[in-house]
Design a protein around this ligand. Structure first.
Ligand code: T4K
Length: 375
């Protein structure tokens, strides 16, 4: 069989719930004829997420981007927020939607994340807050950034879109800073088709967020500047609840693929496997490699892989500071961001990716890199 005819392999292949349980959940929605506006499944999901993440409040919403917008707005900041450029565009653009200005910071070469060391020199009288991203589910210096934010009187919140089920020094991500946000997009390990949530241990902030996410009368009413329809539907909540049930086994399956990849890739000199720190638990959702000293660029590798029906990705290239609308104004040099954007690749993983598929990906990668070396 020609490579191009083989089964396509994707980064972000969805984790699916058990079909019968899904049918039962949906039958319940049909029977109740209650599809939106804070139905029983939304409430169950908020409770289940708070319990799983070990936080006082989880406020589920329609997607991760809106979760970021709401969190930024509810934290009542004005001015600038320090944020990495090496992230999904939604992280920064959510700040603009909340009337804030992102100030882009470089990331550490080993963690791919912000650190207090990098953020501190960027703080000015205009700085209102810091938005860290737990990229690939790796904790974004929570200890250092919490200390720094407290010392300098800044709001701190985290984009944990990649980090459900991850922990740092034994503490689940979800409880760091004033708030954290998660994504339940179909490509995430917790799949609500679309969806997201904001977590916090701050009762007042939670009441503001619950008021802000809806115009419906049934919800908490505290004074807020603006409200929006950010409610999660019962259909999304059903998917997310089932996915939460399956989360431990899905993490375990990801973990097996992750370590198998690490073993298979160890034979390719110009490919470095991006690992997790010893004091972190991961959900192994992203398998990230760094192309190092190869005679071929990441773009060329990605194109050659697509010809073999392997749809690896170049998250996050280019850095957000090179994209509209930010590229239209002067931006700082972010050499580590640029270097990572040009050298990282994410490999396909997901429930239907078999051991033979992993071998196929690694063999293809080796062939592409070796062929370029001979040319
Ligand atoms: N912060 C961070 C750090 C994020 O990474 C994200 C989202 C957010 C915030 C915002 O959260 P949300 O508002 O999205 O909840 C995908 C996802 O759409 C996005 O959720 C995710 N991060 C980002 C990293 O990846 P694209 O534009 O790369 O998606 P797409 O459609 O190319 O999908 C990726 C691969 O997944 C495809 O090659 C095929 C596969 N796929 C996709 C879908 C939708 C499937 O197999 N089935 C599917 O249903 O952004």
């Amino acid at each position: 069989m020609a490579d191009s005819e083989r089964r396509p392999l994707y980064v972000g292949e969805p984790n699916l719930p058990d079909w019968q349980r899904f049918e039962e959940m949906f039958r319940g929605i049909f029977e109740r004829r209650f599809f939106a506006n804070h139905g029983p499944l939304e409430r169950e999901l908020d409770g289940a997420l708070a319990e799983y993440l070990g936080v006082s409040h989880a406020i589920s919403v329609v997607n991760g981007t809106v979760a970021l917008m709401l969190a930024a707005k509810a934290l009542d900041m004005r001015g600038e927020v320090i944020v990495p450029s090496f992230t999904f565009a939604a992280t920064a653009q959510a700040l603009n939607w909340a009337g804030l200005t992102p100030v882009f910071c470089d990331v550490e070469p080993d963690t791919h994340n912000l650190s207090a060391r990098l953020v501190e020199p960027l703080i000015t009288e205009r700085t209102a807050g810091i938005l860290g991203v737990h990229l690939w589910g790796r904790a974004c210096d929570p200890d250092g950034l919490e200390r720094l934010a407290q010392e300098r009187g800044l709001k701190l919140f985290f984009d944990a879109a990649h980090a459900i089920g991850c922990s740092h020094k034994g503490k689940r991500i979800g409880g760091f800073g004033s708030a954290e946000i998660f994504s339940f997009h179909a490509t995430k390990i917790l799949n609500g088709a679309e969806g997201g949530c904001i977590t916090t241990n701050d009762d007042e902030l939670a009441a503001r967020l619950r008021t802000m996410r809806t115009f419906h009368d049934s919800e908490t009413r505290v004074p807020v500047a603006l409200r929006i329809n950010a409610k999660i539907s019962e259909a999304q909540a059903a998917m997310a609840l089932l996915s939460l049930e399956h989360l431990p086994e899905n993490i375990q399956a990801n973990r097996m693929r992750y370590f198998r990849y690490r073993e298979l890739l160890s034979r390719i000199d110009s490919v470095a496997f991006v690992d997790h720190a010893g004091n972190e638990a991961s959900n192994y959702q992203y398998v990230v490699i760094k192309i190092d000293r190869a005679h071929v660029s990441c773009d060329e590798i990605l194109r050659a892989l697509v010809e073999k029906n392997i749809h690896a990705r170049d998250y996050f290239s280019p850095g957000v500071h090179h994209m509209a609308p930010y590229r239209d104004v002067p931006q700082p040099d972010l050499p580590v961001t640029d270097e990572l954007s040009a050298s990282l690749i994410q490999l396909p993983t997901g429930p239907s990716v078999t051991d033979a598929d992993l071998v196929r990906v690694c063999d293809s990668l080796e062939e592409i890199v070796e062929e370029a070396g001979r040319a």
